[in-house]
Design a protein around this ligand. Structure first.
Ligand code: ADP
Length: 217
């Protein structure tokens, strides 16, 4: 599902990624761990096509992303990759339902269809009674589940999560982690999760340790 070959990335004189080769299979849940500053977020941004490597190739589901034009890449990203960040990044002026619909509308889906899908996903997340709430009216755990629903609306094959439970308490953390595994079992998404959470990492299929821009293990 995801393959990187010889990915390097520098910011000025600082080489952050020094040749990353990874193969991540369909339906795998992989954790990326390592010390702060190791290059984890940079790698996730590159896998998510939000940033470009200086050298090397990225293949997602067989597509070499470096060969796509900017416009093709934006559309490819919106359809194939869902993002979950540490802080939910929901738009405060929109309801939970509207926030979840946005990626579908960007993908040119008809509003009625986008609404139907968003309702189904929110229902699956046990958030049916929170659909008309705005982010400020939701708890931390609910906000993060709405963010996961938004990541899922276009049925992407890949979900990339950067410290997704970093701002949650233990109970909400556990709920979010079980949700990832439930989704994988039911919808077969591939998850790449950057995390400091040892419990989450220990439960994934594979842990990739990164230090100083290289894969240690
Ligand atoms: P991690 O996620 O492992 O903590 P990051 O990938 O966020 O590490 O950052 C790796 C290094 O790259 C850090 O030293 C960070 O300061 C630097 N860095 C990340 N993004 C940028 C950027 N846009 N411009 C300059 N330096 C950056």
């Amino acid at each position: 599902m995801i393959q990187t070959q010889g990915i390097t990335k520098s910011f000025g004189n600082l080489q952050v990624l020094k040749g990353i080769d990874l193969t991540i299979n369909k339906s795998e849940i992989v954790a990326i761990v390592g010390p702060s500053g190791a290059g984890k977020t940079t790698l996730l941004q590159i896998i998510g096509t939000l940033d470009t490597p200086d050298n090397g190739q990225l293949f997602i589901n067989g597509t070499e992303t470096g060969k796509l034009s900017e416009k093709e890449l934006a559309s490819f990203r919106n359809k194939n990759i869902g993002f979950v960040f540490q802080f939910h990044q929901l738009l405060p002026e929109f309801t939970a339902l509207e926030n979840v619909m946005i990626p579908a509308l960007i993908a040119q889906e008809k509003a009625a269809n986008a609404e139907k899908k968003a309702k189904e996903i929110l229902d699956f997340m046990k958030l049916s009674d929170r659909m008309t709430h705005k982010p400020a009216e939701l708890s931390g755990g609910e906000k993060q589940r709405v963010a996961v629903a938004r990541a899922l609306i276009n049925n992407p094959s890949v979900i990339l999560a950067d410290e997704p439970s970093g701002s949650l308490d233990t109970k909400n953390k556990e709920e979010l982690h079980s949700l990832f595994f439930e989704l994988r079992d039911q919808m077969h998404q591939t998850f790449v999760i950057v995390t400091h959470d040892e419990q989450l990492a220990a439960n994934t299929d594979r842990v990739i340790h990164i230090k100083d821009g290289v894969v240690l293990q």
